[in-house]
Design a protein around this ligand. Structure first.
Ligand code: FAD
Length: 399
């Protein structure tokens, strides 16, 4: 890997040929407090946190977050699972390249991975799909239904005709991962500015400027858009072409599995991905209808209908009586038009995308942050993540 440094970033910017129309410089600029850094990262969810952490050893980072808690949106609402056989080729490359980080994290992260198999079960009409998944997958193998029943005694007789299991998947300790990245940012001399929504963003004199709701203007030669569901909004504010992000709401709820001790159950879902359950603790199950309802960027709230659908689909497969929903929530998974991630530069000099994480933003985070940090530095990315570049380059949306 080439020597990474902030000067590399500046050289990469000088090489950028296509200029954006400069956004209007605010007239009241002289009265504002300004803060200079090497890179501004907008959004301190998992995408912004991993990017900032990977840049912190070489760059002075200003990490701006609109909310008063950094994981308030999608990052704090995930199912927290690492599955290799999930998503498109780019997600699988970055998920695989993140594995080592989860299994042997750097000091200060604690234990991040807790083994949990993932079980796909197929009713008759989904059997073909399951076969195709096994053929295309890696480490996804058929498992006899008798073995599934031993593992999950609640499985209803007659629901599934076949099943497959990915044994070396795992639960991710999302809070430890996220906090670990944020700690690395601070240890590297970076700043995490909570309650700082970037409301005005402009490019002038070779630098990006972001005026945050805290009243400060942050200025740096590079800016990373890691604003999750608000990614296109941030681009528009900055005078950069949006990429067509679509936030989609996903619902989850917690139920009691009744007489069953579900602690060691695998994550269970159907092959068509129309519902799944994930053990939360000894006597808790998270249930989701795997919904994808188009939404505006917002503080997503669960819809009662989606909660009912989740329970109904789960009950078709598992004999679990649900007398009470203990907790319910929803979060936004944001997708690009081709559902691939958007990681890298665009036609605007010094403007980098770190968006479109969809349903894989946690499991891909270590490798995605490493990849984008190399691109911001103007360094050659490691081989394992470089393979994803043709699939994740945001410029594909404007070709
Ligand atoms: C129910 C559910 C289950 C999921 N399960 C999994 C799973 O098992 N595994 C997995 O890998 N992924 C999963 N995901 C997906 C994962 O949660 C997301 O991909 C990931 O959290 C996205 O991170 P992010 O940082 O891009 O977005 P967010 O966490 O939403 O962060 C974006 C941040 O940007 C901030 N922001 C926006 N605009 C501005 C601005 N102008 N100025 C400053 N800050 C701004 C927001 O306040 C927000 O905090 C799941 C998601 C949901 C909803």
């Amino acid at each position: 890997m080439a020597a990474p440094d902030a000067a590399g970033t500046r050289r990469a910017l000088v090489r950028a040929s296509h200029h954006v129309a400069p956004a209007r410089v605010p007239r009241d600029l002289r009265r504002m407090e300004t803060s200079q850094s090497d890179v501004i990262v907008i959004g301190a969810g998992m995408a912004g946190a991993t990017t900032a952490a990977h840049l912190a050893p070489t760059h002075k980072v200003a990490l701006l977050e609109a909310e008063e808690s950094a994981g308030y949106h999608a990052t704090g609402r995930s199912a927290a699972i690492w599955i290799l056989n999930y998503g498109g080729a780019d997600a699988r490359i970055l998920t695989g390249a993140s594995r080592r980080f989860f299994e042997a994290p750097p000091e200060g992260f604690g234990e991040l991975a807790h083994q949990r198999a993932v079980l796909f079960i197929a009713p008759p009409e989904q059997a073909g799909h399951l076969e195709a998944m096994i053929a295309a997958g890696e480490g996804l193998v058929p498992i006899p239904l008798a073995e599934v029943r031993d593992m999950v005694p609640a499985l209803r007789e007659g629901y599934a005709v076949s099943a497959a299991i990915e044994r070396d998947a795992f639960d991710i300790d999302v809070a430890s991962l996220h906090q670990g990245f944020l700690r690395q940012v601070k240890q590297g001399g970076g700043v995490l500015a909570l309650r700082h929504r970037a409301g005005r963003i402009w490019f002038a004199n070779g630098r990006w400027h972001a005026e945050s709701s805290g009243g400060t203007v942050h200025s740096a030669p590079a800016l990373v858009n890691a604003a999750g569901a608000w990614g296109d909004e941030v681009a528009r504010i900055a005078g950069v072409r949006p990429i067509g992000l679509q936030p989609k709401r996903r619902t989850a709820c917690i139920v009691d599995p009744g007489p069953y001790d579900s602690k060691d159950w695998p994550l269970i879902g159907d092959a068509d991905h129309s519902w799944y359950v994930r053990p939360e603790a000894r006597r808790k199950l998270m249930v989701s209808p795997a919904d994808e309802t188009d939404s505006e960027p917002t503080d997503a709230q669960p819809d009662e209908y989606d909660v009912a659908v989740a329970v109904d689909r789960m009950q078709q497969a598992l004999s679990i009586e649900v007398t009470r929903i203990e907790h319910r929530w929803a979060g936004l998974r944001s997708f690009t038009p081709d559902r691939g991630l958007a990681i890298g530069p665009c036609e605007a000099p010094g403007f980098f995308w770190m968006c479109g994480q969809g349903g894989y933003g946690i499991q891909t985070a270590p490798a995605a942050g490493r990849l984008l940090a190399s691109l911001v530095r103007g360094a050659t990315p490691d081989e394992d993540v470089a393979r994803a570049i043709p699939l994740t380059d945001p410029r594909r949306f404007h070709a």
